[in-house]
Structure formats: structure tokens, C-alpha cells
Design a binder for this molecule. Sequence first.
Ligand SMILES: Nc1ncnc2c1ncn2[C@@H]1O[C@H](COP(=O)(O)OP(=O)(O)O)[C@@H](O)[C@H]1O
Ligand SMILES: O=c1ccn([C@@H]2O[C@H](COP(=O)(O)OP(=O)(O)O)[C@@H](O)[C@H]2O)c(=O)[nH]1
Length: 273
Amino acid sequence: MLCGALLSAHELFVESDRGLAKQKKVKVVFVIGGPGSGKGTQCQRIAQQFGYTHLSVGELLRQEINSGSETGSMIHSIMKEGKLVPSDVTVRLLQQAMQGIDNDKFLIDGFPRNEENVKTFENLTKMEPEFVLYLDCPQDEMERRLLSRNEGREDDNIDTIRKRFKVFMESTLPAVEYYESKGKIRKVDAGKSIDDVFESIKAIFSQGKDNNKPANLQLVAAGPSSAYGSHGASLLSLLPTPIAGHEPAFKVHSWRLAEKQRPTLDQPYLEHT
Ligand SMILES: Nc1ncnc2c1ncn2[C@@H]1O[C@H](COP(=O)(O)OP(=O)(O)O)[C@@H](O)[C@H]1O
Ligand SMILES: O=c1ccn([C@@H]2O[C@H](COP(=O)(O)OP(=O)(O)O)[C@@H](O)[C@H]2O)c(=O)[nH]1
């Protein structure tokens, strides 16, 4: 249900094939990087290996241009200048695309491009990303890649490419900083080969998977005066950080020194939930 708080796993209403509304929990990962940093290339691989639906926002905008709509012609004039399409237009296209797909994991490629995009996405969807993958690539390498991309894109010419780099530095990097301050940025060196970049990315996505699994933790039994209490605290710091939106794998039993309650095998300090 929609509510004021931002949720990582969000209940999105989707139309089922019987036309009835059903609720589903949706996980979103944003992929940010300069033009030509390899977002599309890596997203295809991530989607295939980790079961995400890949949505390229640039591609959704190009589809709108091809539809011949009035909105499409407005988008066209903005894109050929390398500027950014107004956030409400972009986010609504994105929402529509997500609602038509029966998957609960989305990889959003090339979004957000600025802080206004971030706020509009949060306001309209009441969601925030699980994390943000940031492909960090040197500008001369991105320029080389774009000039040989050969997809017939009107904006892949040197003048528009340079304007897009400027927009990236001035508008997109502040959005990266915003997510950095929230601890959500996962940065990879995207200047390496396609395979090497994917190796770094795989480690990030696999780490998320491992954190969801309950750890196989043995109870530490200890006798009186064996400093169990202080070790118990450090034990906690070794546990995987719970992922937002998921129940923690353990619950912690409190014990009170004043009452000389020590954890025992009957009353363990940590227990699987
Ligand atoms: N790591 C890489 N090394 C060399 N070329 C790459 C690499 N990643 C992508 N490319 C190529 O660079 C171009 C831009 O990549 P693309 O994935 O379309 O970037 P983006 O979606 O960030 O604009 C494409 O032609 C792609 O094949
Ligand atoms: O959230 C977005 C994503 C893309 N764009 C526009 O779409 C163009 C192409 O973006 P895409 O991600 O397809 O390619 P990139 O520039 O990263 O190579 C950008 O320059 C912008 O004009 C936009 O306005 N908002």
C-alpha cells in the first residue's frame, strides 16, 4: 500500500492478466555512469545472470520519440542537444514500463541523471533503490567508445557528446553524491575490459545474495568470567548487515548483567529468526 515513508521493497499495484489489481514487492537498482561508460552493456549481463528486468530510460525515451507523439517530439528536441528531459515525463514513462512487467527486480539503466530526477522518483513511486551501481570511467575512454558505438544515434556526435559530458559532471555527479551520503553507492572501475568490469559487478550483486542467506552460526558457549559479554558484542559486529526491507537473519536475546543472566544453551545469545 502506498504510504508516506520511502521503502526499498515497495508494494506496487500491477494489473494482472485477469485485469485485477494485485500487489507485488518491487526491488530497484539504479545504474549510473557517464555516456559510454558501459551501462547498457553491463546491464544486459546483470539482467541475464541475476534475473533482473533491464529498463534503459534512454531507450524508453527513444521509443516515445518513435511513437510520433507530441511528448516524443519534445523529448527529441531535448535529447539531440544532450540535455535532460523533465523528470515528470521520464518517471511516468518508467512507472508505466514497470507496471507492465511481471518481475519484482528492476535494473534501471541511465537514471537518475540529476537531483530533480531523484526527488520526482521518490515522490511519485514512494520507492528508493536497494543500491546504486556507479560505473566510473575516464572521459577520454567514454569518448572513444561513443564515437565507435555505431548504433546510428543522433546524439553520438562529438559536439553533443561533449555537452552530455558537461551535463554528467554538473547534474549527475551531485545525484551520485546524494546516494553516497546514504551509503548506497557501489562504485566500479568501468575503464577496464567488458569482462573485467563484469567481474567487479558480479561481486557486488553476489554479495547482496549472500547477505540474504541466514549465516550458519554456531552458539559460542562460555563459562563464568570468560568475557562472553564483550565477545558477544564483537560477535554481533561479524554478522552480515541486514539488507533494508529484509528481516534480519538473527534476533538478539538481551541479558542483564545486574541479574547475572548469562546466555546458556537454553537461552542463547543469538538465534535464527
Ligand atoms: N568495458 C568496455 N570496453 C570497451 N568497450 C566497451 C566497454 N563497455 C562497453 N563498450 C562499448 O562502448 C560503447 C558504449 O557502451 P554502452 O553500454 O552503450 O554505454 P552506455 O549505455 O553507458 O552509454 C558500446 O559500443 C559498447 O560495446
Ligand atoms: O533519465 C534520463 C535518461 C536519459 N535522458 C536523455 O537520454 C539521452 C541518452 O541517454 P542514454 O542513457 O540512452 O545514453 P548515454 O548518454 O548514457 O550514452 C541523454 O543524453 C538525455 O538526453 C534523460 O533526459 N533522462
